[in-house]
Design a protein around this ligand. Structure first.
Ligand code: B12
Length: 455
Protein backbone atom coordinates (compact mmCIF):
# COMPACT_ATOMS: atom_id res chain seq x y z
CA UNK A 1 0.00 0.00 0.00
CA UNK A 2 1.37 3.44 -0.85
CA UNK A 3 1.93 5.81 2.08
CA UNK A 4 -0.25 8.90 2.53
CA UNK A 5 0.76 12.25 1.04
CA UNK A 6 2.23 14.43 3.84
CA UNK A 7 1.37 18.12 3.99
CA UNK A 8 3.07 20.51 6.42
CA UNK A 9 1.22 23.78 7.01
CA UNK A 10 3.36 26.64 8.30
CA UNK A 11 2.19 29.90 9.86
CA UNK A 12 5.27 32.15 9.99
CA UNK A 13 5.97 34.70 12.68
CA UNK A 14 6.93 38.25 11.70
CA UNK A 15 10.45 37.72 12.91
CA UNK A 16 12.40 37.08 16.05
CA UNK A 17 15.50 37.71 18.03
CA UNK A 18 16.83 34.27 19.00
CA UNK A 19 16.14 33.41 22.61
CA UNK A 20 13.39 36.02 23.02
CA UNK A 21 9.71 35.16 23.45
CA UNK A 22 7.39 36.17 20.60
CA UNK A 23 4.80 38.97 20.93
CA UNK A 24 2.04 37.41 23.03
CA UNK A 25 -0.89 39.45 21.67
CA UNK A 26 -0.25 38.12 18.15
CA UNK A 27 -0.50 34.44 19.09
CA UNK A 28 -3.99 33.50 17.98
CA UNK A 29 -5.45 30.48 16.20
CA UNK A 30 -4.34 30.42 12.56
CA UNK A 31 -7.58 30.49 10.58
CA UNK A 32 -5.90 30.45 7.15
CA UNK A 33 -4.19 27.19 8.08
CA UNK A 34 -7.38 25.80 9.65
CA UNK A 35 -9.32 26.52 6.46
CA UNK A 36 -6.57 25.04 4.29
CA UNK A 37 -6.63 21.88 6.41
CA UNK A 38 -10.41 21.69 5.98
CA UNK A 39 -10.10 21.99 2.18
CA UNK A 40 -7.40 19.32 2.01
CA UNK A 41 -8.58 15.84 0.87
CA UNK A 42 -9.12 13.52 3.84
CA UNK A 43 -6.48 10.98 2.81
CA UNK A 44 -3.67 13.57 3.13
CA UNK A 45 -1.72 13.62 6.40
CA UNK A 46 -1.76 17.20 7.69
CA UNK A 47 0.46 18.85 10.34
CA UNK A 48 0.55 22.47 11.45
CA UNK A 49 3.83 24.10 12.49
CA UNK A 50 3.23 27.49 14.04
CA UNK A 51 6.43 29.48 13.92
CA UNK A 52 5.00 31.94 16.48
CA UNK A 53 4.66 29.33 19.21
CA UNK A 54 7.12 26.51 18.41
CA UNK A 55 10.27 25.55 16.53
CA UNK A 56 9.66 24.20 13.02
CA UNK A 57 10.77 20.54 12.69
CA UNK A 58 12.35 20.95 9.26
CA UNK A 59 13.63 17.37 9.19
CA UNK A 60 10.21 15.82 9.71
CA UNK A 61 9.37 14.19 6.35
CA UNK A 62 6.92 16.15 4.17
CA UNK A 63 5.85 15.97 0.53
CA UNK A 64 4.60 19.55 0.36
CA UNK A 65 4.84 22.62 2.58
CA UNK A 66 2.16 25.32 2.49
CA UNK A 67 3.05 28.71 3.92
CA UNK A 68 0.72 31.63 4.54
CA UNK A 69 2.38 34.94 3.70
CA UNK A 70 1.46 38.42 4.90
CA UNK A 71 3.57 41.45 4.01
CA UNK A 72 5.07 41.61 7.50
CA UNK A 73 5.84 37.88 7.50
CA UNK A 74 7.23 37.67 3.94
CA UNK A 75 10.91 37.76 4.89
CA UNK A 76 10.43 35.06 7.52
CA UNK A 77 8.34 32.98 5.07
CA UNK A 78 11.20 33.08 2.53
CA UNK A 79 13.68 31.96 5.20
CA UNK A 80 11.44 29.03 6.13
CA UNK A 81 10.91 28.12 2.46
CA UNK A 82 14.70 28.10 1.97
CA UNK A 83 15.15 25.63 4.82
CA UNK A 84 12.66 23.27 3.19
CA UNK A 85 14.08 23.83 -0.28
CA UNK A 86 17.50 22.82 1.02
CA UNK A 87 15.82 19.53 2.03
CA UNK A 88 14.23 19.22 -1.44
CA UNK A 89 10.68 19.72 -0.18
CA UNK A 90 8.51 21.86 -2.50
CA UNK A 91 6.74 24.90 -1.12
CA UNK A 92 3.35 26.43 -1.98
CA UNK A 93 2.57 29.96 -0.79
CA UNK A 94 -0.65 31.92 -0.51
CA UNK A 95 -2.24 34.63 1.61
CA UNK A 96 -2.49 38.40 1.42
CA UNK A 97 1.06 39.15 0.34
CA UNK A 98 0.96 36.40 -2.28
CA UNK A 99 -2.23 37.94 -3.65
CA UNK A 100 -0.82 41.47 -3.61
CA UNK A 101 2.60 40.77 -5.18
CA UNK A 102 2.57 37.28 -6.75
CA UNK A 103 5.58 38.09 -8.97
CA UNK A 104 7.75 38.52 -5.89
CA UNK A 105 6.35 35.55 -3.94
CA UNK A 106 6.71 33.28 -6.97
CA UNK A 107 10.50 33.62 -6.73
CA UNK A 108 10.48 31.80 -3.40
CA UNK A 109 7.77 29.19 -3.98
CA UNK A 110 7.29 26.23 -6.30
CA UNK A 111 3.65 27.35 -6.55
CA UNK A 112 1.79 30.48 -5.54
CA UNK A 113 -1.96 30.80 -5.00
CA UNK A 114 -3.39 34.21 -5.79
CA UNK A 115 -6.58 34.93 -3.87
CA UNK A 116 -8.62 32.63 -1.70
CA UNK A 117 -7.84 28.94 -1.31
CA UNK A 118 -11.46 27.80 -1.77
CA UNK A 119 -11.88 26.43 -5.29
CA UNK A 120 -8.18 25.89 -6.04
CA UNK A 121 -6.49 24.16 -3.13
CA UNK A 122 -7.65 20.64 -4.03
CA UNK A 123 -6.21 21.14 -7.52
CA UNK A 124 -2.89 22.30 -6.06
CA UNK A 125 -2.67 19.19 -3.87
CA UNK A 126 -3.64 16.95 -6.74
CA UNK A 127 -1.01 18.48 -9.04
CA UNK A 128 1.77 18.11 -6.46
CA UNK A 129 0.70 14.53 -5.81
CA UNK A 130 1.09 13.78 -9.49
CA UNK A 131 4.33 15.72 -9.80
CA UNK A 132 2.77 18.25 -12.18
CA UNK A 133 2.41 21.50 -10.24
CA UNK A 134 1.84 24.80 -11.99
CA UNK A 135 3.76 27.87 -10.92
CA UNK A 136 0.67 29.98 -10.33
CA UNK A 137 -2.93 29.25 -9.39
CA UNK A 138 -5.49 32.02 -9.51
CA UNK A 139 -8.62 31.57 -7.41
CA UNK A 140 -11.99 32.17 -9.06
CA UNK A 141 -13.30 35.61 -8.11
CA UNK A 142 -14.89 35.36 -4.69
CA UNK A 143 -15.49 31.63 -4.27
CA UNK A 144 -18.25 30.24 -2.06
CA UNK A 145 -17.36 29.95 1.64
CA UNK A 146 -19.61 26.93 2.15
CA UNK A 147 -16.61 24.73 2.97
CA UNK A 148 -14.61 27.29 4.97
CA UNK A 149 -15.22 25.90 8.44
CA UNK A 150 -11.70 25.48 9.79
CA UNK A 151 -10.41 22.07 10.80
CA UNK A 152 -9.36 22.90 14.35
CA UNK A 153 -7.88 19.49 15.10
CA UNK A 154 -4.56 20.93 13.81
CA UNK A 155 -4.55 23.52 16.63
CA UNK A 156 -4.34 20.81 19.33
CA UNK A 157 -1.46 21.42 21.72
CA UNK A 158 -0.64 24.93 20.38
CA UNK A 159 -0.65 27.54 23.06
CA UNK A 160 -2.87 30.22 21.57
CA UNK A 161 -4.65 33.02 23.39
CA UNK A 162 -7.93 31.59 24.73
CA UNK A 163 -10.20 33.36 22.27
CA UNK A 164 -12.13 31.55 19.53
CA UNK A 165 -11.54 33.04 16.08
CA UNK A 166 -14.50 32.58 13.76
CA UNK A 167 -15.22 34.00 10.33
CA UNK A 168 -18.74 35.10 9.39
CA UNK A 169 -17.96 37.11 6.25
CA UNK A 170 -14.86 38.11 4.28
CA UNK A 171 -14.20 41.54 2.76
CA UNK A 172 -15.46 45.09 3.17
CA UNK A 173 -17.44 47.48 0.96
CA UNK A 174 -15.32 50.57 1.64
CA UNK A 175 -12.20 51.64 -0.22
CA UNK A 176 -9.85 53.22 2.31
CA UNK A 177 -6.68 53.94 0.37
CA UNK A 178 -4.30 52.18 2.79
CA UNK A 179 -6.24 48.93 3.09
CA UNK A 180 -5.07 45.66 1.58
CA UNK A 181 -8.55 44.17 1.94
CA UNK A 182 -10.13 46.37 -0.73
CA UNK A 183 -7.21 45.69 -3.07
CA UNK A 184 -7.58 41.91 -2.80
CA UNK A 185 -11.37 41.63 -2.51
CA UNK A 186 -12.30 44.64 -4.69
CA UNK A 187 -14.86 46.01 -2.22
CA UNK A 188 -16.94 42.83 -2.13
CA UNK A 189 -17.96 40.73 0.82
CA UNK A 190 -18.81 37.04 0.79
CA UNK A 191 -20.44 35.28 3.70
CA UNK A 192 -20.39 31.79 5.13
CA UNK A 193 -23.77 30.04 5.36
CA UNK A 194 -25.30 31.18 8.66
CA UNK A 195 -26.15 27.65 9.75
CA UNK A 196 -22.54 26.63 9.32
CA UNK A 197 -21.27 29.48 11.49
CA UNK A 198 -23.89 28.80 14.17
CA UNK A 199 -23.09 25.10 14.32
CA UNK A 200 -19.36 25.90 14.55
CA UNK A 201 -20.07 28.27 17.45
CA UNK A 202 -22.28 25.70 19.21
CA UNK A 203 -19.52 23.13 18.97
CA UNK A 204 -16.91 25.54 20.38
CA UNK A 205 -19.08 27.17 23.01
CA UNK A 206 -18.03 24.83 25.80
CA UNK A 207 -14.32 25.46 25.31
CA UNK A 208 -14.23 29.20 24.54
CA UNK A 209 -15.48 31.97 26.81
CA UNK A 210 -15.08 34.68 24.20
CA UNK A 211 -15.25 34.71 20.39
CA UNK A 212 -13.64 37.05 17.89
CA UNK A 213 -15.50 37.37 14.58
CA UNK A 214 -12.52 38.22 12.41
CA UNK A 215 -14.61 39.85 9.64
CA UNK A 216 -12.98 42.93 8.16
CA UNK A 217 -16.23 44.82 8.62
CA UNK A 218 -18.81 42.78 10.52
CA UNK A 219 -21.74 45.01 9.48
CA UNK A 220 -20.97 45.30 5.77
CA UNK A 221 -24.49 44.12 4.85
CA UNK A 222 -26.77 45.54 7.56
CA UNK A 223 -29.81 43.42 6.67
CA UNK A 224 -27.89 40.13 6.57
CA UNK A 225 -25.96 41.05 9.70
CA UNK A 226 -29.16 41.73 11.60
CA UNK A 227 -30.63 38.40 10.46
CA UNK A 228 -27.51 36.65 11.70
CA UNK A 229 -27.62 38.47 15.05
CA UNK A 230 -31.21 37.37 15.63
CA UNK A 231 -30.16 33.75 15.05
CA UNK A 232 -27.10 34.21 17.24
CA UNK A 233 -28.90 35.53 20.30
CA UNK A 234 -30.20 32.19 21.65
CA UNK A 235 -26.64 30.79 21.68
CA UNK A 236 -25.77 33.02 24.63
CA UNK A 237 -22.12 33.60 23.75
CA UNK A 238 -19.84 36.61 24.30
CA UNK A 239 -18.21 38.02 21.22
CA UNK A 240 -16.14 40.90 19.84
CA UNK A 241 -15.59 41.97 16.23
CA UNK A 242 -14.49 44.75 13.88
CA UNK A 243 -16.75 47.23 12.12
CA UNK A 244 -16.87 50.67 10.52
CA UNK A 245 -18.50 53.78 11.99
CA UNK A 246 -21.78 53.69 9.99
CA UNK A 247 -23.05 50.75 12.07
CA UNK A 248 -22.55 52.82 15.23
CA UNK A 249 -25.28 55.16 13.95
CA UNK A 250 -27.74 52.29 13.49
CA UNK A 251 -29.37 51.74 16.87
CA UNK A 252 -31.31 48.67 15.79
CA UNK A 253 -27.97 47.10 14.84
CA UNK A 254 -26.37 48.06 18.16
CA UNK A 255 -29.28 46.72 20.14
CA UNK A 256 -29.18 43.38 18.28
CA UNK A 257 -25.43 43.23 18.71
CA UNK A 258 -25.67 43.75 22.44
CA UNK A 259 -28.51 41.26 22.86
CA UNK A 260 -26.58 38.59 20.99
CA UNK A 261 -23.59 38.98 23.31
CA UNK A 262 -21.42 41.68 21.72
CA UNK A 263 -18.87 42.79 24.29
CA UNK A 264 -16.91 45.19 22.13
CA UNK A 265 -15.89 46.27 18.65
CA UNK A 266 -12.73 47.42 16.96
CA UNK A 267 -13.33 50.62 15.03
CA UNK A 268 -10.77 52.30 12.80
CA UNK A 269 -10.99 55.97 13.81
CA UNK A 270 -7.60 56.49 12.11
CA UNK A 271 -7.54 60.28 12.56
CA UNK A 272 -9.36 63.10 14.30
CA UNK A 273 -8.64 65.41 11.36
CA UNK A 274 -11.34 65.46 8.62
CA UNK A 275 -8.70 66.46 6.03
CA UNK A 276 -6.72 63.29 6.79
CA UNK A 277 -9.91 61.21 6.66
CA UNK A 278 -10.75 62.68 3.25
CA UNK A 279 -7.23 61.91 2.00
CA UNK A 280 -7.61 58.24 2.96
CA UNK A 281 -11.13 57.99 1.42
CA UNK A 282 -12.60 57.50 4.86
CA UNK A 283 -14.71 60.65 5.02
CA UNK A 284 -17.66 58.48 6.08
CA UNK A 285 -16.12 58.43 9.56
CA UNK A 286 -17.53 61.92 10.15
CA UNK A 287 -21.11 61.00 9.19
CA UNK A 288 -24.20 61.39 11.38
CA UNK A 289 -22.82 64.06 13.67
CA UNK A 290 -19.32 62.61 13.99
CA UNK A 291 -17.43 60.53 16.53
CA UNK A 292 -19.10 61.92 19.66
CA UNK A 293 -22.56 60.80 18.51
CA UNK A 294 -21.30 57.37 17.40
CA UNK A 295 -19.48 56.85 20.70
CA UNK A 296 -22.49 57.91 22.76
CA UNK A 297 -24.58 55.32 20.87
CA UNK A 298 -22.05 52.56 21.58
CA UNK A 299 -21.93 53.51 25.26
CA UNK A 300 -25.71 53.48 25.46
CA UNK A 301 -25.66 49.86 24.27
CA UNK A 302 -22.77 48.88 26.56
CA UNK A 303 -20.42 48.09 23.69
CA UNK A 304 -16.74 48.45 24.58
CA UNK A 305 -14.27 49.95 22.21
CA UNK A 306 -10.96 48.99 20.66
CA UNK A 307 -10.02 52.19 18.82
CA UNK A 308 -7.29 52.23 16.20
CA UNK A 309 -5.40 55.31 15.03
CA UNK A 310 -2.97 55.88 12.17
CA UNK A 311 -0.30 58.58 11.98
CA UNK A 312 1.55 59.83 8.94
CA UNK A 313 -1.06 61.38 6.68
CA UNK A 314 -0.16 64.84 5.39
CA UNK A 315 -2.20 66.85 7.90
CA UNK A 316 -0.69 65.25 11.00
CA UNK A 317 1.42 67.46 13.26
CA UNK A 318 3.32 67.11 16.54
CA UNK A 319 0.08 67.48 18.53
CA UNK A 320 -1.85 64.74 16.68
CA UNK A 321 -0.54 61.94 18.91
CA UNK A 322 -1.57 63.62 22.17
CA UNK A 323 -4.97 64.53 20.76
CA UNK A 324 -5.68 60.91 19.78
CA UNK A 325 -4.50 59.56 23.14
CA UNK A 326 -6.64 62.08 25.04
CA UNK A 327 -9.62 61.13 22.90
CA UNK A 328 -9.06 57.40 23.53
CA UNK A 329 -8.65 57.95 27.27
CA UNK A 330 -11.62 60.32 27.53
CA UNK A 331 -13.83 57.70 25.92
CA UNK A 332 -12.48 55.01 28.24
CA UNK A 333 -11.45 52.77 25.37
CA UNK A 334 -10.90 49.17 26.45
CA UNK A 335 -7.79 48.99 24.29
CA UNK A 336 -6.37 51.12 21.48
CA UNK A 337 -3.69 50.93 18.78
CA UNK A 338 -1.51 53.84 17.70
CA UNK A 339 0.35 52.83 14.53
CA UNK A 340 2.16 54.63 11.75
CA UNK A 341 0.64 54.54 8.30
CA UNK A 342 1.90 51.46 6.43
CA UNK A 343 2.03 51.37 2.64
CA UNK A 344 1.17 47.78 1.73
CA UNK A 345 2.15 46.92 -1.85
CA UNK A 346 -0.73 46.96 -4.31
CA UNK A 347 -2.78 49.50 -2.36
CA UNK A 348 -3.71 52.93 -3.80
CA UNK A 349 -1.63 54.47 -1.00
CA UNK A 350 1.48 52.54 -2.05
CA UNK A 351 1.02 53.57 -5.67
CA UNK A 352 0.58 57.23 -4.71
CA UNK A 353 3.66 57.32 -2.48
CA UNK A 354 5.66 55.50 -5.13
CA UNK A 355 4.61 58.00 -7.82
CA UNK A 356 5.49 60.89 -5.52
CA UNK A 357 8.92 59.34 -4.88
CA UNK A 358 8.22 59.12 -1.14
CA UNK A 359 9.06 55.46 -0.40
CA UNK A 360 12.19 55.14 1.73
CA UNK A 361 12.95 51.55 0.66
CA UNK A 362 12.43 49.69 -2.56
CA UNK A 363 10.60 46.94 -0.66
CA UNK A 364 10.50 47.80 3.03
CA UNK A 365 9.29 44.31 4.05
CA UNK A 366 12.49 42.71 2.76
CA UNK A 367 14.97 45.50 3.48
CA UNK A 368 17.68 44.45 5.98
CA UNK A 369 17.50 47.86 7.68
CA UNK A 370 13.74 47.82 8.20
CA UNK A 371 12.22 47.01 11.60
CA UNK A 372 8.62 46.94 12.91
CA UNK A 373 7.50 50.48 13.84
CA UNK A 374 9.84 52.07 11.29
CA UNK A 375 8.05 54.54 9.01
CA UNK A 376 8.85 53.26 5.51
CA UNK A 377 8.01 56.47 3.63
CA UNK A 378 8.80 60.20 3.78
CA UNK A 379 5.93 61.91 5.60
CA UNK A 380 5.03 65.57 5.06
CA UNK A 381 5.09 67.98 7.97
CA UNK A 382 6.75 65.56 10.40
CA UNK A 383 9.97 63.57 10.25
CA UNK A 384 9.68 59.76 10.04
CA UNK A 385 11.44 59.52 13.41
CA UNK A 386 8.91 61.91 14.98
CA UNK A 387 6.11 59.58 13.93
CA UNK A 388 7.94 56.53 15.29
CA UNK A 389 8.54 58.26 18.62
CA UNK A 390 5.02 59.69 18.66
CA UNK A 391 3.44 56.24 18.24
CA UNK A 392 5.56 54.72 21.02
CA UNK A 393 4.80 57.66 23.33
CA UNK A 394 1.08 57.38 22.57
CA UNK A 395 1.08 53.65 23.42
CA UNK A 396 3.13 54.22 26.58
CA UNK A 397 0.72 56.92 27.74
CA UNK A 398 -2.44 54.96 26.90
CA UNK A 399 -1.11 51.82 28.60
CA UNK A 400 0.38 53.79 31.50
CA UNK A 401 -0.72 52.71 34.98
CA UNK A 402 -2.90 55.73 35.69
CA UNK A 403 -4.69 55.48 32.34
CA UNK A 404 -5.24 51.76 32.84
CA UNK A 405 -6.70 52.35 36.27
CA UNK A 406 -9.01 55.15 35.09
CA UNK A 407 -10.20 53.17 32.07
CA UNK A 408 -10.51 49.97 34.08
CA UNK A 409 -12.73 51.63 36.67
CA UNK A 410 -15.02 53.19 34.05
CA UNK A 411 -18.58 51.84 34.09
CA UNK A 412 -18.43 50.55 30.52
CA UNK A 413 -15.39 48.37 31.19
CA UNK A 414 -16.61 47.05 34.56
CA UNK A 415 -20.05 45.95 33.32
CA UNK A 416 -19.22 42.27 32.74
CA UNK A 417 -17.13 40.14 35.10
CA UNK A 418 -15.23 38.21 32.43
CA UNK A 419 -14.53 41.29 30.34
CA UNK A 420 -13.37 43.20 33.42
CA UNK A 421 -10.93 40.43 34.37
CA UNK A 422 -9.74 40.31 30.77
CA UNK A 423 -9.32 44.09 30.76
CA UNK A 424 -6.40 43.91 33.20
CA UNK A 425 -4.79 40.95 31.47
CA UNK A 426 -5.06 42.40 27.96
CA UNK A 427 -3.94 45.86 28.99
CA UNK A 428 -0.94 44.36 30.82
CA UNK A 429 0.00 42.39 27.70
CA UNK A 430 -0.25 45.49 25.52
CA UNK A 431 1.72 47.46 28.09
CA UNK A 432 4.53 44.90 27.93
CA UNK A 433 4.36 44.96 24.12
CA UNK A 434 5.04 48.70 23.87
CA UNK A 435 8.79 48.24 24.30
CA UNK A 436 8.93 44.74 22.86
CA UNK A 437 7.31 45.60 19.52
CA UNK A 438 9.39 48.71 18.92
CA UNK A 439 11.98 47.84 16.27
CA UNK A 440 10.98 44.16 16.37
CA UNK A 441 12.91 42.57 13.47
CA UNK A 442 11.32 41.23 10.29
CA UNK A 443 12.72 37.74 9.70
CA UNK A 444 14.72 35.67 12.19
CA UNK A 445 17.89 37.65 12.93
CA UNK A 446 19.58 34.36 13.85
CA UNK A 447 19.04 32.95 10.35
CA UNK A 448 22.42 32.57 8.70
CA UNK A 449 21.49 30.56 5.60
CA UNK A 450 21.00 31.88 2.11
CA UNK A 451 17.56 32.77 0.79
CA UNK A 452 17.10 30.18 -1.95
CA UNK A 453 15.03 30.99 -5.00
CA UNK A 454 12.64 28.40 -6.37
CA UNK A 455 13.42 26.95 -9.77
C1 B12 B 1 -7.56 38.16 12.79
C2 B12 B 1 -6.48 39.05 12.23
C3 B12 B 1 -5.39 39.31 13.06
C4 B12 B 1 -5.25 38.74 14.46
C5 B12 B 1 -4.70 37.35 14.53
C6 B12 B 1 -4.35 36.64 13.29
C7 B12 B 1 -3.73 35.29 13.67
N1 B12 B 1 -4.33 34.22 13.36
O1 B12 B 1 -2.73 35.27 14.27
C8 B12 B 1 -4.27 39.73 15.13
C9 B12 B 1 -5.14 40.73 15.86
C10 B12 B 1 -3.26 39.16 16.09
C11 B12 B 1 -3.62 40.37 13.91
C12 B12 B 1 -2.42 41.02 13.97
C13 B12 B 1 -1.84 41.66 12.89
N2 B12 B 1 -2.39 41.84 11.68
CO1 B12 B 1 -4.02 41.00 11.11
N3 B12 B 1 -5.66 40.38 10.44
C14 B12 B 1 -6.56 39.60 10.93
C15 B12 B 1 -7.74 39.48 9.93
C16 B12 B 1 -8.82 40.47 10.35
C17 B12 B 1 -8.34 38.11 9.76
C18 B12 B 1 -7.33 37.00 9.44
C19 B12 B 1 -8.03 35.70 9.25
O2 B12 B 1 -7.95 34.82 10.08
N4 B12 B 1 -8.79 35.58 8.14
C20 B12 B 1 -9.51 34.38 7.79
C21 B12 B 1 -8.67 33.49 6.89
C22 B12 B 1 -9.39 32.21 6.58
O3 B12 B 1 -8.47 34.22 5.69
P1 B12 B 1 -7.02 34.53 5.07
O4 B12 B 1 -6.02 34.68 6.12
O5 B12 B 1 -7.16 35.60 4.08
O6 B12 B 1 -6.72 33.17 4.29
C23 B12 B 1 -7.34 32.86 3.06
C24 B12 B 1 -6.54 33.30 1.83
O7 B12 B 1 -5.75 34.45 2.06
C25 B12 B 1 -5.73 32.11 1.45
N5 B12 B 1 -4.48 31.80 2.11
C26 B12 B 1 -3.92 32.30 3.22
N6 B12 B 1 -2.75 31.69 3.46
C27 B12 B 1 -2.56 30.77 2.50
C28 B12 B 1 -1.52 29.86 2.26
C29 B12 B 1 -1.61 29.01 1.15
C30 B12 B 1 -0.52 28.05 0.89
C31 B12 B 1 -2.73 29.08 0.30
C32 B12 B 1 -2.84 28.19 -0.85
C33 B12 B 1 -3.76 30.00 0.52
C34 B12 B 1 -3.66 30.82 1.63
O8 B12 B 1 -6.61 31.06 1.76
C35 B12 B 1 -7.36 31.35 2.95
C36 B12 B 1 -8.76 30.80 2.73
O9 B12 B 1 -9.28 31.37 1.55
C37 B12 B 1 -7.02 39.92 8.61
C38 B12 B 1 -7.94 40.44 7.53
C39 B12 B 1 -8.47 39.28 6.70
N7 B12 B 1 -9.61 39.40 6.17
O10 B12 B 1 -7.85 38.27 6.50
C40 B12 B 1 -5.98 40.90 9.13
C41 B12 B 1 -4.69 41.08 8.35
C42 B12 B 1 -4.20 39.72 7.90
N8 B12 B 1 -3.76 41.61 9.35
C43 B12 B 1 -2.95 42.49 8.90
C44 B12 B 1 -1.95 43.16 9.67
C45 B12 B 1 -1.22 44.30 8.99
C46 B12 B 1 -1.68 42.78 10.99
C47 B12 B 1 -0.58 43.38 11.91
C48 B12 B 1 0.75 43.63 11.25
C49 B12 B 1 -1.15 44.65 12.53
C50 B12 B 1 -0.15 45.45 13.35
N9 B12 B 1 0.29 46.57 12.83
O11 B12 B 1 0.22 45.10 14.41
C51 B12 B 1 -0.49 42.27 12.97
C52 B12 B 1 0.55 41.22 12.59
C53 B12 B 1 0.45 39.93 13.35
C54 B12 B 1 1.23 38.77 12.78
N10 B12 B 1 1.23 38.54 11.48
O12 B12 B 1 1.86 38.04 13.54
C55 B12 B 1 -3.20 42.76 7.42
C56 B12 B 1 -2.13 42.14 6.52
C57 B12 B 1 -1.91 42.96 5.28
C58 B12 B 1 -0.86 42.40 4.42
N11 B12 B 1 -0.64 43.08 3.33
O13 B12 B 1 -0.23 41.43 4.69
C59 B12 B 1 -4.65 42.19 7.23
C60 B12 B 1 -4.96 41.64 5.85
C61 B12 B 1 -5.63 43.33 7.59
C62 B12 B 1 -5.67 44.51 6.64
N12 B12 B 1 -6.71 45.34 6.74
O14 B12 B 1 -4.86 44.77 5.81
N13 B12 B 1 -4.36 40.18 12.79
Amino acid sequence: MSRPFRLALVHPCIGRRPGEAYIKTWQMESLPMGVLAALTPRDVEVRLHDDRTEAIPYDEPADLVAISVETYTAKRAYQIASEYRRRKVPVAMGGFHASLVPDEVERYAEAVVVGEAEGVWEEVIDDFRHGTPRKRYVAPTRPSLARSRPDRSIFAGKRYLPIGLVEVGRGCGFQCDFCAIQTVFRRTQTRRPEGDVLSELSALKGSRKLFFFVDDNFATHPRKTKEFLRELEPLGIRWVSQMAIPAAHDEEMLSLMRRSGCMGVLIGFESLDPANLAAMDKGFNTMGGGYEVALANLRKHDIRLYGTFIFGYDHDHAGSFGEAVDFAKRHHMYIAAFNHLTPFPGTPLYQRLEQEGRLRYERWWLDPAYRYNGVPFHPKGLAAEDIERGCVAARASFYGRRSMLRRGMAKINRGDGLMWRNFWLINQLHRADVKLRDHWPLGDTGYTGEILNAG
